[in-house]
Design a protein around this ligand. Structure first.
Ligand code: FES
Length: 86
């Protein structure tokens, strides 16, 4: 199981956290990965970025993600973990 925590702090909210949450839920749904990838909301990681949203995938924190690049981020950093873990 992979836990994906999207920061919903004020800076990340401004940069599209809500839209990214929707994209994550959709990406999980269309692939039937509801039991493998668990999306949750989190408060400020202290890594606010002017360029985008902060997302934690298991223990790894990524910054600067925007809705337009989220699909590529999902394919690169989230999907492989779900597939590896089965
Ligand atoms: S508000 Fe998201 S890391 Fe600070």
């Amino acid at each position: 199981m992979t836990i994906v925590t999207i920061c919903v702090g004020s800076s990340c909210h401004i940069h599209g956290a809500e839209e990214i949450t929707g994209r994550l839920e959709e990406a999980i749904r269309v692939r039937g990965l509801e039991d493998e990838i668990i999306p949750v909301g989190g408060f400020c990681f202290g890594k606010c970025s002017r360029s985008g949203v902060t997302i934690q995938v298991d223990d790894d924190v990524f910054t600067g993600i925007i809705p337009e690049t989220f699909d590529a981020f999902f394919n690169e950093n989230i999907l492989p973990r779900a597939e590896v873990k089965g």
